[in-house]
Ligand binder design. Structure first.
Ligand code: SF4
Length: 512
């Protein structure tokens, strides 16, 4: 075990995704982290604080009176900061046999792992516990996963509960690194735990099965194995080193510029490594799309004619959810007006349920009104996986609850609506008729239909941050609420614009 406090050692997060980041980080240590990365760090800090507040500060009534309880809180150290003091404090806390240690840091010459909590077990070993903003387990009848209440860490033992663990690669690496560090000190108990979005429970998992993947990942970051050139992947879009990698990729005319990640594997296997090579290979659709990419043509028609479904009464719907916690905004555009149904209080309770019930009642009233008048009705959505998920989950969690004049629908009612031909995924309509080298996201297609967003750069990550800030009551919270509503309203109107454009035959779109 080393305690040199180096800021260059890898962390669990470095073992996931692009390994060229490590190369760029050592070449350009001065490049600051991006705003989304900083916001992610801030959310992680908030999660840790929420958990630490729930940890015990002493034995509870009923715990042995003779029991010695010692909690040591080590102040956090930024990932690029000097962790020497924290490493030393961790070793001292373990040597002092502290019951709970928060903010522990272990490091070797090559890696560093921050362990949010170390909980001492009756046999003298330590249970490493990490805090994550992921959902780390789902309830599952018939399953038995050991769980300890956060408030009983260091005091109580685990009980089996009906949950199934969800594996997150970086979380697994963190626990595996922590287990290695504890083993070096002779206090590894073979188990680790994760506290996810539910801050009240730590879910236990054995750490031995996590070790082979960690060994393999660490082997990939040796100097001989690190890549010598970039390759474009999904995460480039939010990576701080993109301004350095992009010119390298452009100079190489690398095929990943057009086909990121593994999508070019089949062509690389054939020796095609550049965009020009793919165009020249004349392989039909891939070559024509590569040419469109190079020429900056975003969309091509797969079919001679392009169209879209039509109904007498049309509504465009878009939903915003916060992580796995719930849906806080259901927006609908009826061709004239945008109707938002929003809640800004914590999700999972009556406020979310009532908000959903009001949206559902409004939508179904419009539908019934159309039917009563003998008119056809359709509600549209862009790629409705998220909407279908939260329609179903809202019904499952809150179905039957009444709020004044509205009732949350049950799952069957929602399922019937989703399966009906009055709920239309416009993305599927587009995908069957158009293709594009930049994908078919709403942000790619709608501008071709002449629609632009008021907040053009407001992506998913930004909206998660905005929702967190919108929960407050200050001026910033009010601004965030307005921004989220504007964004959601724009998404609804963009879907309407795309419908209209498709019906006009997608003018200006060349044939594939
Ligand atoms: S921009 Fe892309 S290729 Fe470059 S370091 Fe970041 S993720 Fe890797």
């Amino acid at each position: 075990m080393s305690a040199r406090g180096s800021s260059r050692r890898v962390t669990a997060a470095d073992l996931v995704g692009c390994r060229y980041r490590l190369v760029q980080r050592s070449r350009h240590p001065e490049v600051p982290r991006t705003r989304p990365a900083l916001m992610r760090g801030e959310r992680a800090g908030l999660a840790r604080r929420a958990v630490w507040e729930r940890l015990p500060v002493g034995p509870a009534r009923g715990d042995s009176r003779a029991r010695r309880f010692l909690r040591i809180d080590i102040p956090p150290v930024p990932l690029d900061g000097d962790s020497f003091g924290a490493e030393l404090a961790t070793l001292e806390a373990v040597a002092a046999q502290a019951t709970l240690i928060t903010g522990a840091v272990f490091a070797t010459d090559s890696w560093r792992v921050d362990v949010d909590i170390l909980a001492r077990q009756p046999d003298g070993t330590y249970l490493p516990v990490i805090v994550s903003n992921h959902r780390v387990a789902r309830s599952a009848e018939g399953e038995a996963t050991p769980v300890i209440a956060t408030a009983r860490l260091g005091l109580g033992g685990p009980l089996d509960a009906p949950y199934r663990l969800r594996h997150h690669v970086a979380d697994g690496y963190r626990l595996a690194l922590a287990a290695r560090a504890l083993e070096d000190l002779g206090v590894d108990g073979g188990w680790g735990a994760a506290i996810g979005q539910d801050r009240t429970r730590a879910f236990l998992t054995p750490t031995a099965p996590l070790q082979p993947a960690l060994t393999a990942a660490l082997a990939e970051i040796t100097p001989e194995r690190l890549p010598t050139v970039p390759r474009r992947v999904k995460e480039c879009a939010s990576c701080r080193f993109w301004p350095m990698c992009e010119p390298e990729l452009v100079a190489m005319d690398d095929i990943s510029l057009f086909l990121p990640g593994d999508r070019a594997r089949a062509f690389r296997d054939r020796g095609i490594t550049t965009v020009t090579g793919l165009i020249d290979a004349d392989l039909g659709e891939p070559s024509r799309l590569a040419r469109a990419w190079r020429d900056g043509v975003p969309l091509l028609r797969r079919t001679d004619t392009v169209t879209a479904p039509r109904a007498d009464v049309e509504i465009d719907v878009d939903m915003e959810a916060y992580l796995d916690q719930g849906a806080y905004l259901w927006g609908a555009f009826d061709g004239a007006e945008y109707h938002p149904f929003a809640t800004w209080t914590p999700l999972g309770g009556d406020d979310e349920a009532e908000n959903f019930a009001r949206f559902w009642a409004w939508l179904q009233a419009r539908r019934a009104q159309a039917h009563d008048l003998g008119l056809s009705f359709a509600a549209y959505c862009w790629s409705n996986h998220g909407e279908n998920h939260w329609l179903t989950m809202s019904a499952r969690r809150f179905g039957g609850r009444r709020y004044g004049d509205v009732v949350v629908p049950d799952e069957q009612e929602v399922a019937e609506f989703i399966a009906s031909d009055e709920w239309i995924d416009l993305f599927r309509t587009v995908r069957s008729q158009l293709i594009g080298p930049f994908g078919l996201g709403l942000k790619v297609v709608a501008p071709e239909a002449g629609y632009t967003w008021a907040d053009g750069d407001f992506d998913g990550e930004e909206s998660v941050n905005a929702r967190r800030l919108a929960r407050g009551v200050d001026t910033q919270a009010m601004e965030m609420r307005e921004r989220l509503l504007r964004y959601n309203g724009d998404d609804c109107r963009a879907t309407a614009a795309v419908r209209d454009w498709l019906r006009r035959g997608a003018p200006g779109t060349p044939r594939l």
